[in-house]
Design a binder for this molecule. Structure first.
Ligand code: AMP
Ligand code: MG
Length: 416
């Protein structure tokens, strides 16, 4: 029996099971390093960020106005005497303010001692050193309390978070110049197929340009990885084995496209079966069925389909979340949003379909999802026309217009 015959042609792995298999193998492999804030965007936080201080660090003034103690207004008093001087951001008022007096106070100033309330300048009348207050003043108004945003010792960002600008803002607010993040994950990338030519080259008879590698490199370029681009593999078993085994010895994750199916020249699925351990191969989905995942040497190997749409979806829906987990994040796809379908469809009940979709505005103003009509897994322009992907699970066999369907935007999936 040849290695080829060992692969189980009959059985396909349901999408839910493929996800469960990925989740079982997902664990951080990347190391930990400290980087300056300016280099931390898009990196994965290695340890919980615990605040060393309160934010704001002191009670402070939230509006431009006047500060005083609210107790002075007991009994209906409406007029206070103004002290000379100003409390301003970065310039605390030097003296305590006696009850019954008020002081000019600007946004961001530490709340002057003796004060607990600030009234906006638009709400008062000032004549000389007389301050006339509005009829109703809420004690404690317009004051930002020490620690109301972050309390010292509190967990501000959890380990495994991919750091965005807002996390860097919070870290800076805490006074941190560096963060502990996961080291970039080394990833090796191949295309495969004798027909493939680099863009810029001249295809021979039967030749086409390699679309997958530039696309996958761009998708990887947004992630905390270092990519080794190993080019195009020929359709020769020995060459494929040597190159991919070599890459698997030097990288924790290897991603290939093409040669994933059951044809005579599908050497990647064959390699995974013969020299590695198949964790799943052939997923019950459309497009993208010939998707393989397994272990080779000490690496994980994704054998993505060759058809460009299938390669892109295999990456976005399976390889990318798993890669992020190896890189230190938790294993998760973005939550799908239920949106009304702007289409009708009948489908088979034994597989998941991923429809390329566009957001449309219905006549009543609500948002719905329409399908991109040209659907083949080689029609890559269908992805350039799409806003997102609709997931139609096996149990859904019929969709009527208006039925809720599960939508994920391409941006959320990591394609932007
Ligand atoms: P395969 O899985 O190798 O049988 O490839 C399936 C289809 O995808 C074939 O039509 C290939 O020519 C095409 N294909 C494979 N790899 C690429 C690639 N890197 N760029 C564009 N098309 C590809
Ligand atoms: Mg091929």
């Amino acid at each position: 029996m040849s290695a080829r015959d060992c692969l189980d042609y009959g059985r396909m792995t349901p999408v839910a099971e493929a996800r469960a298999i990925l989740a079982r193998h997902a664990r951080p492999l990347a190391g930990i390093e400290r980087v300056p804030l300016a280099a931390a965007r898009g990196r994965i936080l290695a340890r919980d960020l615990v605040s060393p201080r309160d934010v704001p660090p002191f009670d402070n003034v939230a509006v431009d106005g006047y500060a005083f103690a609210a107790a002075a207004l007991a009994g209906g008093r409406r007029e206070l005497r103004l002290l000379a001087g100003v409390a301003a951001a970065g310039h605390p008022f030097p003296d305590p303010v006696p009850e019954g007096r008020a002081v000019r106070a600007l946004t961001g100033a530490p709340l002057p001692a003796g004060c607990d309330t600030v009234v906006m300048q638009e709400e008062v009348e000032v004549a000389g050193d007389r301050l006339r207050l509005p009829g109703h003043v809420r004690p404690g108004a317009n004051v930002r309390r020490r620690g109301e945003d972050v309390t010292r010792g509190g967990r501000v960002v959890v380990a495994g978070t991919r750091l965005g600008p807002q996390h860097l803002g919070v870290a800076a607010e805490l006074g941190l110049a560096e963060l502990e993040v996961r080291t970039p994950l080394p990833v090796a990338l191949f295309s495969s197929g004798d027909e493939l030519v680099e863009p810029g080259g001249t295809p021979g008879p039967g030749g086409i340009y390699d679309a997958n590698r530039p696309m996958l490199r761009a998708l990887l370029g947004d992630l905390p990885v270092t990519v080794t681009d190993l080019g195009i593999l020929p359709d020769r078993r020995e060459a494929v084995e040597e190159a991919v085994l070599g890459a698997a010895r030097r990288h924790p994750l290897v991603i290939t496209s093409g040669g994933a199916s059951t044809g005579d020249e599908d050497h990647l699925s064959r390699l995974l079966e013969a020299r590695g351990e198949v964790l799943f191969w052939r997923v019950a989905m459309k497009p993208g069925r010939p998707l393989g995942f397994g272990r080779l040497e000490d690496a994980f190997l994704f054998v993505l389909p060759g058809n460009p749409v299938a390669a892109a979806l295999g990456f976005l829906l399976f390889a990318r979340p798993f890669l992020l987990a190896l890189a230190g994040a938790s294993f998760a796809l973005p939550e799908p949003l239920p949106l009304p379908a702007a289409f009708a469809l009948t489908k088979r009940g034994d597989r998941t379909e991923f429809a390329r979709a566009r957001l449309v505005r219905e006549s009543d103003g609500t948002v719905a999802v329409a399908r991109i009509p040209r659907e083949g897994s080689g029609i890559l322009t269908s992805l350039t026309e799409a806003d997102g992907i609709v997931e139609l699970p096996p149990e859904v066999t019929r969709v009527e217009p208006g039925d809720p369907v599960l939508y994920r935007s391409l941006v959320d999936l990591g394609c932007r």
